[in-house]
Design a protein around this ligand. Structure first.
Ligand code: SAH
Length: 259
């Protein structure tokens, strides 16, 4: 490899959106069209159309740092590398893993041309389908305890409920702890009462899409799986009943008297 080849390499860490090809940004499509290599978790790489000259590197879910090192190494050899995540790459996904590897890795990786290209994250796709439940202040919490201790999850849930945020939950039912989501519902019922609206938005923008609006009192752990985004309203979130699925929205304002 000569210096010119090394200089032509680049790395784009991209989000493929929630599923529908129409929700992939033109910027991400352009990066994929120019790539020599695509690196990512098996089902996400499967969403990239194969073509002559494009090498696909699929790997299992729990090897993020190996995958990141592979992508950085390929780019430093002069390859044009796209690392794919679903949704947005900066939301519980590969962008942070890439920078963990970069920070710990050899100094020459820091000279690489690295870009993060945003995508439509599941929280926003789910919220748009339901109406506007995140129309006022909200927070996002990953309910998986793979990378953090369970007590921290419960603490954040309680404080978010106390602050009266609407809450968006990723990875609601961790495989390692299937009973965790039942506990989450208990904590929320204690903190917010039974009447608070909760949205289960499964496989948004795919053929398997299914949305259910319930109250916390009606919510059951089985309503969520690893393809589901769960959104719990704030105390101001409203439901507009209609013949079809209701609209869920949170008004933009909170009156002075209740703030
Ligand atoms: N980077 C991704 C999130 C990865 S975490 C993003 O920005 O969307 C994986 C979790 O995202 C899943 O467990 C699920 O909670 C949520 N998710 C991803 N795609 C989804 C979809 N199409 N519909 C509903 N939830 C989805």
């Amino acid at each position: 490899m000569n210096a010119a080849q090394a200089i032509s390499g680049w790395l784009a860490i991209v989000g493929l959106g929630p599923g529908d090809a129409a929700l992939v940004t033109p910027e991400v499509s352009a990066a994929l069209a120019e790539a020599s290599d695509v690196v990512g978790y098996i089902p996400y790489v499967a969403r990239v159309a194969p073509r002559e000259g494009l090498v696909l590197h699929s790997s299992d879910n729990r090897v993020e740092l190996d995958r990141a090192a592979l992508a950085l190494e390929l780019a430093s050899q002069g390859r044009r590398v796209v690392v794919v995540s679903s949704g947005d790459p900066g939301v519980f996904a590969m962008a942070a893993a890439m920078f963990e590897a970069l920070e710990a890795g050899p100094a020459h990786w820091r000279d690489l041309d690295i870009r993060v290209l945003p995508g439509i994250t599941a929280m926003l796709a789910a919220s748009a389908r339901a109406g506007a439940p995140l129309g006022h202040d909200f927070c996002a919490i990953n309910l998986s305890d793979n990378l953090k201790p369970w007590p921290l999850i419960e603490k954040r849930l309680r404080l978010a409920a106390e602050a009266d945020f609407a809450m968006a939950f990723y990875n609601p039912r961790s495989k390692a702890r299937p009973e965790g989501f039942a506990r989450v519902l208990e904590v929320l019922r204690e903190a917010c009462g039974d009447d608070r609206p909760i949205l289960f938005a499964r496989a948004v923008s795919t053929l398997d899409e299914n949305l259910t609006v319930a109250s916390l009192g009606e919510a059951r752990p089985e309503m969520a799986d690893m393809r589901t985004m769960v959104i719990v309203g704030s105390s101001h979130t409203r439901i507009i009943e209609r013949a079809e699925r209701p609209i869920l929205y949170t008004p933009r304002f909170v009156p002075e008297a209740v703030s």
